[in-house]
Ligand binder design. Sequence first.
Ligand code: PFF
Length: 447
Amino acid sequence: MANRESFGSGFGILVAMAGSAVGLGNLWRFPYLVGTNGGAAFIIIYLAFVLLLALPIMYSEFIVGRRSQANVFGAFKVLAPGTKWCNIGFIYVLGSLAIISFYCVVGGWTINYFWKAITFKFAVADTAALGNMFSQTVTANYEPLGFMLIFLVATALIVMAGVKDGIERYTKLMMPVLFLIVVLVAVRAVTLPGAGAGLEFLFKPDFSKVTANTFLDALGQAFFSLSIGCGTVMTYSSYVSKKENVVGLSVETAMADTIFAIIAGLAIMPAVFSFGISPSEGPGLVFVTLPYIFAQIPMGSFLAILFFFMLFIAAITSSISMLEVIVAYLNEEFKMGRKLAIILSFAVVVVLGTMCSLSQGVMADFKIFGNNIFDFFDKLSANILLPVGGFLAVIFVGWKMKRADVEDELTSGGVHPFTRAFRNYVYFSIKYLAPIVVAIILIRGLI
Ligand code: PFF
């Protein structure tokens, strides 16, 4: 695969990986899960899962991608030739497809709300009216489809420009902006009168709200937020050179994502409490509650513009990573030109995304296992496909690959040595800890 693309620099890789991880999961999903699962208690469980389960899975995906230098399907053909392992690549393609299909709809909402912010549509300052605005926005037939298309075209154009000149270049430009904006909004939020209750909610655990479902939600969120279990880390790391530090990059990505989620919580919860709104508002939290708050505070209209711009950037740096999983797969496995692979995957995502969008309105009664299509894709991916994908990655690395090869990747051929104790711990967590705990939570959650 001599003519394969690669990232240009270590920093570029980190930003692209962090760009994939930081997204609507941090700004939209995390706050409402924290809100509906009892605040700090959820955050503690979430952090434990990131550390104990998500990191070993991330190392594993990284090892498979970087060692094979191939797409999610081809990787297993390279590392386990002549076996059926390559078929697990389908789980990753399917996972990415399921996520991008509803993600692009929310991506469209972010552009729509950015437009509303620019045209000062939030001035109504009344939660009922803003709630109506949100439901009208998402249940309409055509408008959300138009915004979804804009979002997907932008995603496809970046992927079309390539790994280095597209993905790396644009994430490097966008991520610092994103970080600045979230810090700015958080500073404004924590200095609102009455913000203390929000801080308490975020940092003072109430374990009485914890149920078995909290664990499944926290696990799903850890996978979703870190973009693991659906092949994005595997695909991105296949463009990473042999000298980069697998462990270091994974830890830095996880830290960036977690810090971002906490700052996002700081940007949202104090404001929610300050205005006496219920934190368990659900998915509408950032689209209903925040516009209300923005309408009340000094400089609010400016912050609203920044906030929805930030949501858009966060979403697009993630959606490009999902599209890349599918494109790399089609490109390499079917010897399809990159352009054709992008057009084909774009077309499939448009169809699925359209169904997800319409499931908020005219197709709301069409249910799969009791969920509309949008919620079905959300739950199917976060609570099933990603954990299964992550489980298979650690099983492959822990049980199928030779330990010497795993260590060779972990240390990048000895370039980044770690103590024996650390290597033993990482190996143990890949081989036993992560698969066992993920399997238990998955099975319990499903039952
Ligand atoms: N990590 C992204 C977020 O938090 O919004 C979502 C995501 C991106 C999930 C890419 C999975 C993925 F492959």
